[in-house]
Design a protein around this ligand. Structure first.
Ligand SMILES: *Cc1c(COP(=O)(O)O)cnc(C)c1O
Length: 490
């Protein structure tokens, strides 16, 4: 299958590319993104075939239905990464929490957040492609917490790939920071930056624009790629668990084939939600995709009013930091799918020049056929965590934003799957706060919580506190480039 560009083709790139090309060089003409030219079908026939499939069997068929130019043996190797999840037979447990609310847990991989769902297999494919082509790539990640650990974990000790990871010193949870700075592999470089996440991202942008940096990359014959969800190689793995969740409700005899369900997706960059949109379009019976946000509620406003308005908006720090995003990259792919390349280019250019765009009333109606949205502020998140913990289900703050959508945004009484995108252990200080415990660190929070709820600190988290710190470096913004160049040359 061919992949084409959301903002049309500028003549300097091929008018369509294969999957491998789209993931090695993910940036398309005019600053756009790659998308599949046609979407596969995931209707009843496809679902019937997979009622008894394992997650890996289902995944393989989905990948093949996108017509990707990847050998089956490499696909198998990539998907075998799911065997390192807590339950190799079912990497994504779907648990009944109450009446018709089911939680699909996407955090059972090595770094305890949903980023592993895509990055684990994606890392295998990207580095194998680089190696077979004899090419070397640098992946630069700027992280507020979850992307960093998952990117490092998937690429550690892989051939032909180097990864640098910038994080705001003091701006992540202790557990997230330890997951990064204790990673021990020669092809990884983790750098703390004095400042907040915006400073970190800005530093990365100016690096990308620097001639000196480009020259250093060229000298080492190293190309740049990306591992965030602008890369379609991430999105493709984020279609699988939506279909899996539907099949799980069938297996649990909660629904019959063809019954509609709601999905609730806690969203930031809209990659997870886009995966849901693609399978809905392919025929999976989804009534609507409900988008949950925190106080950075630009997606709520957009889906309710058609206005994407950055003017006068400032990013606020919430207790669900992985969703603290205002420019949500993957909305563009939905716009493309619904309104075509010409209109998408127009809207994206307006967003760049005026910090604003607005859909026509007809376009808004079209968007609302698939999506509805709401948001929760920090206090509402704390209350949800407390209420559900008291009833025996511990959830992280990102997951907690789903609950308001569940109680307020469903127009029909239908079984509903909400996604849990992180294990509670990554945000233990917030969890402790919701329970009224006074704590000074994540470690104390973890200890208090397990003590009061007869739980255990999972092994993967406990061992972080015993591992040696390998990346001590914290630098000023202006010193980042030199650190990076030293690392590329090493
Ligand atoms: C990345 C992340 C999200 C947001 O996912 P998107 O695909 O960017 O919308 C939500 N929750 C957690 C815990 C995450 O790490």
């Amino acid at each position: 299958m061919d992949f084409i560009e959301t903002r049309g083709n500028d003549g300097s790139k091929k008018s369509s590319v294969q999957f491998s090309e789209a993931i090695l060089s993910p940036l398309a003409s005019f600053g756009g993104l790659y998308v599949p030219e046609k979407l596969p079908s995931f209707g009843t026939e496809f679902l019937e075939k997979h009622v008894d499939s394992s997650y890996q069997e289902l995944a393989k068929d989905i990948l093949l239905s996108f017509g990707i130019d990847i050998e089956e043996s490499l696909i198998d190797e990539a998907l075998s990464r799911y065997e390192s999840f807590d339950d190799p037979k079912n990497p994504v447990p779907v648990k009944k929490v109450k009446e018709d609310l089911y939680i699909s847990e996407l955090y059972h991989g090595p770094t305890r957040a949903f980023k592993d769902m895509a990055l684990q297999p994606f890392g295998v494919i990207l580095s194998s492609l680089a190696k077979s082509r004899g090419e070397h790539y640098l992946i630069m990640a700027a992280t507020s917490g979850d992307t960093g650990p998952a990117t490092l974990e998937t690429f550690k000790n892989r051939d032909n790939i180097k990864v640098t990871c910038l994080y705001p010193a003091g701006g992540t949870s202790d557990v997230q920071r330890l997951q990064m700075v204790t990673e021990d592999a020669d092809n990884l470089k983790v750098i703390g930056v004095e400042g907040n996440f915006d400073d970190t991202q800005e530093a990365l942008k100016s690096l990308l624009a620097s001639a000196e940096f480009k020259a250093a990359l060229a000298k080492e014959d190293t190309k740049l790629s990306a591992a965030n969800s602008v890369n379609f190689g991430r999105i493709i793995f984020q279609t699988i668990y939506h279909i899996h969740s539907y099949l799980e409700l069938l297996r649990q005899e909660r629904i019959k084939m063809g019954d509609s369900i709601y999905l609730i997706v806690p969203s930031g960059n809209f990659g997870n939600a886009l995966g849901a949109y693609y399978v809905k379009k392919g025929g999976l019976p989804i009534e609507k995709i409900l988008i949950a946000s925190n106080s950075n509620n630009i997606l709520t406003d957009f889906i309710n009013s058609g206005k994407y308005d950055l003017r006068g908006r400032e990013l606020t720090q919430s207790n669900s930091p992985a969703m603290d995003i205002l420019k949500s990259s993957n909305v563009e792919r939905v716009l493309y799918d619904k309104f075509g390349a010409k209109r998408t280019k127009e809207l994206m250019e307006q967003l760049n020049s005026e910090n604003f765009y607005e859909l026509t009333p007809e376009e808004l109606k079209e968007l609302q056929k698939d999506f509805d949205a709401t948001f929760s502020n920090d206090n509402e998140v704390l209350e949800v965590i407390k209420e559900y913990t008291d009833n025996g289900y511990l959830m992280d703050p990102h997951t907690a934003t789903c609950i308001k959508a569940y109680s307020e945004k469903r127009e029909k009484v239908l079984p509903t799957v909400a996604y849990s995108t992180a294990e509670w252990t990554k945000f233990s200080t917030t969890i402790a706060k919701s329970m009224g415990f006074e704590v000074d660190s994540d470690k104390e929070a973890l200890e208090q919580i397990v003590l009061n709820y007869q739980l255990e600190i999972p092994e993967k988290i406990k061992e972080l506190y015993e591992k040696e710190v390998k990346h001590l470096i914290i630098v000023q913004k202006m010193d980042i480039m030199q650190e990076m160049i030293n690392f590329i040359e090493s």
